[in-house]
Design a protein around this ligand. Sequence first.
Ligand code: TYD
Ligand code: MG
Length: 455
Amino acid sequence: MKEKVLFVCNNCGNQTTKWEGRCVNCQSWNSYEEQTIRKETTKAEKKHWKEGPTIKKSAQPIAEIQYSKSPRLEVPDKELQRTLGGGIVPGSITLIGGDPGIGKSTLLLQLAVNSPYKILYISGEESAQQIKMRAERIGIKNHDCLILTETNLNTIFESIKKEKPELVIIDSIQTISSSLVDSFPGSVTQVRECTAELQIFAKESQIPVFLIGHINKEGHIAGPKILEHIVDTVLQFEGDRNHIYRILRTKKNRFGSTDELGIYAMETTGLREIANPSELLLSQSDESLSGSVIAVTIEGMRPMLIETQALVSQAIYGTPQRSSTGFDLRRLSMLLAVLEKRAGLFFGQNDVFLNIAGGMKVHDTSIDLAIVVALISSLNNIPIDKDCCFAGEIGLTGEIRAVNRIEQRIEEAAKLGFKKIYISKYNLKGLKLKNNNIEIFPLAKVDELIPVLFA
Ligand code: TYD
Ligand code: MG
């Protein structure tokens, strides 16, 4: 058998034939690792997971391509079902990434013990007893769920061949190793090789596979970026560990839209699906307080009303502080600069703190308007009425820009009992509403906010 020596960057997966002190691709220092790769796999190794007929590999006209419409596997978890684009596609491979402790194992164990399928849950991280204890906490509905604690990929394939499960879950890809490459588990080469082998396995056997992947400190799924290219679907599990909310975002999906997302609350009995996020993200107090403003955002396809809180206070120490949780700090600086230049409001002598309620990370720029209002409200110490909400993006010239799906946003706000919504006047064109219990205030520029709200 031929052997080949390669050097692989542990950070980005770049390969070279000679060792380099610094990666030519990602510029990281001392990241090359020597790897011996067997050029050919043995026939036995190649064959051992194959089932069914081999696929014909010649080109054929698209009209003649036949496929059997195998239905997607329905999952009882509505949030996951939607995030996947409507169930699990046979033969697909899904990667779930997220920070340690965020709840990836919980999410998939919950899927394993609640679904009416034969599921093989493979863990390379926890013992069978630990898994059972956690499963009991979640509540076991499917007593046929199989647990295997194993890290060797060949043994995993043996077990799959024996048990013939309908779904395979692997927790986590970083703990699995293949004997085809001699590199330690979790290294770029191992992770990539195992994923590639699992991909071939899934495609040939039509058994879907879920993989859990850890995230490195830059927030990417550890291992080379190509891991995300190999798999069919990439889901990202995120949230603040100090809060109970968790969001499952689709980063890539070959079988559905990437606009979907699932929302959960982490509780003592596992993850609970959240069907109506707005009710949880609004603050519980009935009083109107300065600096607290409601934004109507859309995450994925779902409208969500979120409370934004700003605190503007006199800076005591030399340089004023800027701090933000759940919102991009650079965008906050931009909004402050816009207020200074276009509305004549000065924050140069003040500390500014910004917080998005519930530990949410908001990507939708329509939250800008609510943040600007919260900043002015806190600066002047004037509260905003509890029945007002806001949706608009702020541009550099101080203009309030139109946002997408305005009807959906207005209807959600009306449904939750809000009486007034402030939007961009450019959103008025062609606006058709079913619900007219809510008053709409169109605005064109940030300086208009002051006479309208703070007069
Ligand atoms: P886990 O699924 O182990 O995270 P990951 O696999 O992403 O590393 O989740 C760990 C956290 O979830 C842990 O800190 C405890 C918490 N948790 C609950 O709050 N309730 C529960 O029912 C379970 C199972 C976990
Ligand atoms: Mg885990």
